[in-house]
Design a protein around this ligand. Structure first.
Ligand SMILES: Cc1cc2nc3c(=O)[nH]c(=O)nc-3n(C[C@H](O)[C@H](O)[C@H](O)COP(=O)(O)OP(=O)(O)OC[C@H]3O[C@@H](n4cnc5c(N)ncnc54)[C@H](O)[C@@H]3O)c2cc1C
Length: 581
């Protein structure tokens, strides 16, 4: 059942499992663990239950979600790599978490990404090969909204048709799509066509796959949670923030963290529930480490400076934050329509919304891009800096080029006139590491978020290669009669120094934080390979904070996959101890 507040019925129930956070990780866990009718689960979500809100459902309205009631409204600390600018750091605050507010691109990660996780965790179960049964449990490839023939746009052989999350290739074709394909053919050694970037090897030019079905956004709430809503062994409590984990005792000298405290408002009543079997922390890469720190788990010195009594000293918590970097590069184009028209013209956009309401068709049902390139930086860039390639291996890109039929910038507003083509350069295998730290000991205060975007010279060099590659792609004959000129500050940036200044001035986040409670052996890892928190019992972390390295793709798919295996691990461990912990 769904609870908008903690009623006495809920407070008097004994739950086997308490899950904190209903995003990508938490929703998978809630679904898979309640498949066993004998397991009683409580899912606690800080945000509300309005996950079918129009602004969430319509893909083309996703830009309205940042700074809305569906957002945690976080701003970063000043970013040294961005000339000390602060940037918005959106995180979903609703059933579905960030899957309800994201840009819907669906990636699985690569063979090398997952094999690296297997290496650093010492567990072959995280390798690509071993994960295939879990990978295919996630996505369900569906027909695009316009029903077009999708031959040559993805490889059906590697997709399941019975996964939980509906995905599709773009449902409306754009005038630039054919030019993109032609450019990849004309420059095939630099931008080779890749039939399916979700094969384990992303490298090349591909059609996008998105969490969109019939023009509607698909979230972890409309997929994993919707399947489980009516199960009598699942309760969902919304509008409620977990403030702290509390030990219920000790097992072999380790704190047993099955106690969960929560409240609806700052200074509101604090309730405590104890899970009979396990607590699953899935509050995402910003809030999961925050909750641990509030509970005395993290870098003891840091915690003591806020008068929090340390419980477990795990200095790595909050410190391995990694994120992708966004930079929109715009060209003025010679076209009589681009998506800029929909963004600028209120009448046209209202017409498109009416069309969408009929059957999900029209431009508002599109993902932010129909095609992209995933590319590797020339190794000479790394040798000239006396360093090695930071990507996980040859199947992983160093950067992504997102082809957008509009002015795509997080820094500069859409100009009043002109039509645009943008290539967003996305630094996909960064070396910078940032951190999450406490701003205060008050659980209703947000933590300090420092993703340290472009914090290293290597990252800046990869970004320069990404801007230069965008220019090479647009130099293909396919664009010759379409592109007029580079626009604004982009056009001025040619030398290395000019490029550095442009990149630092215009870059932003791609909203993919990971790694703040990483899997890994030794002091580099906070989690054992089964995702239990080191030095404790009764607690697992199942969300994007568990990745030791950032996947070289967008992060919702890898989080779903991680959670599918996590659910199998929890179920196996529950079946071995049916009568208690
Ligand atoms: C604007 C934006 C664009 C993105 N674009 C893409 C994209 O195109 N493709 C892609 O693959 N990924 C994208 N992502 C990233 C992707 O959505 C995340 O990687 C993924 O959702 C992470 O899952 P998670 O379970 O770790 O966290 P989340 O999905 O963020 O879920 C965490 C949940 O925990 C809840 N929570 C937090 N604290 C508490 C608390 N104290 N008590 C109770 N509940 C709590 C939150 O409200 C939230 O619902 C984007 C993200 C954003 C924000």
């Amino acid at each position: 059942a769904l609870f908008e507040s903690p009623t006495s019925e809920l407070l008097n129930t004994t739950y086997d499992i308490i899950i904190i956070g209903a995003g990508a990780g938490g929703a998978v866990m809630a679904n898979r663990l309640t498949e066993d009718a004998g397991t009683r689960v409580l899912l606690i979500e800080a945000g509300g239950s309005d996950f079918m809100n129009l602004n969430i459902s319509v893909p083309g309205l996703s830009s309205t979600l940042t700074h809305s009631k569906f957002d945690w409204n976080i701003t970063t600390t000043p970013q040294i790599g961005l000339n000390n600018r602060t940037v918005a750091y959106p995180r979903g605050f609703v059933l579905g978490g960030s899957t309800a507010t994201n840009q819907m691109i669906f990636c699985r990660g690569t063979k090398d990404d997952w094999n690296r996780f297997a290496n650093v965790s010492g567990d072959d179960g995280w390798s690509w090969e071993k994960l295939i049964p879990f990978i295919v449990k996630v996505d369900n490839m569906t027909a695009p909204t316009d029903g077009h023939n999708t031959t040559g746009q993805f490889n059906p052989a590697i997709h399941n048709n019975s996964g939980v999350v509906d995905i599709s290739v773009p449902g409306v074709s754009l005038a630039i799509d054919q030019r993109g394909l032609n450019a990849s053919q004309e420059l095939s050694s630099e931008f080779p066509f890749n039939l399916d970037y979700n094969s384990g090897n992303t490298v090349g030019f591909s059609w996008t796959q998105s969490t969109i079905h019939n023009g509607h956004r698909v979230t972890s709430a409309t997929s994993y949670l919707a399947q489980a809503f009516n199960r009598s062994n699942l309760d969902i409590l919304v509008n409620t923030r977990v403030t702290k984990l509390v030990p219920v005792g000790k097992v072999s000298g380790k704190p047993d963290l099955r106690g969960v405290q929560f409240a609806q408002f700052a200074n509101g009543t604090v309730h405590t529930l104890h899970a009979a079997k396990e607590v699953i922390l899935s509050a995402g890469s910003v809030k999961s480490p925050h909750i641990l720190m509030l509970s005395g788990i993290g870098d003891s010195k840091h915690l003591k400076s806020f008068n929090i009594t340390p419980l477990v000293d795990l200095p790595v918590i909050g410190k391995n934050l990694q994120d992708h970097v966004f930079l929109g590069n715009p060209w003025l184009v010679n076209a009589n329509f681009t998506l800029d028209d929909v963004h600028r013209n209120a009448t046209l956009s209202a017409e498109q919304l009416e069309l969408w309401k009929v059957n999900g068709s029209g431009f508002l049902g599109l993902p932010p891009t129909n095609q992209f390139n995933w590319l590797r930086t020339n190794s000479s860039v790394f040798s000239s800096l006396n360093t090695t390639d930071p990507s996980a291996g040859p199947t992983s890109a160093n950067f992504e080029l997102i082809i957008s039929d509009n002015f795509a910038s997080k820094r500069v507003a859409l100009p009043a006139t002109g039509r645009f083509l943008s290539i967003v350069s996305n630094l996909i295998s960064p070396t910078s590491r940032g951190n999450i730290s406490l701003a205060s000991a008050d659980p209703f205060d947000l933590p300090l978020v420092n993703p340290n975007l472009l914090g290293t010279d290597v990252d800046l060099a990869i970004m320069r290669s990404a801007v230069r590659a965008a220019r090479s792609f647009i130099a293909a004959p396919a664009w010759a009669d379409y592109v007029v000129s580079e626009f604004g500050a982009f056009g001025e940036a040619q030398t290395d120094e000019e490029l550095n200044a442009y990149i630092r001035d215009q870059s932003d986040t791609v909203d993919h934080p990971i790694g703040t409670i990483p899997l890994g052996l030794g002091s580099k890892g906070a989690l054992e390979s089964d995702l239990t928190l080191k030095g404790t019992v009764g607690l697992r972390v199942v969300d994007a904070s568990a990745f030791p390295f950032i996947p070289s793709g967008h992060t919702q798919g890898p989080t779903y996959i991680l959670a599918e295996r996590a659910a199998a691990l929890v179920r196996a461990s529950l079946s071995q101890r049916p009568h208690g912990v």
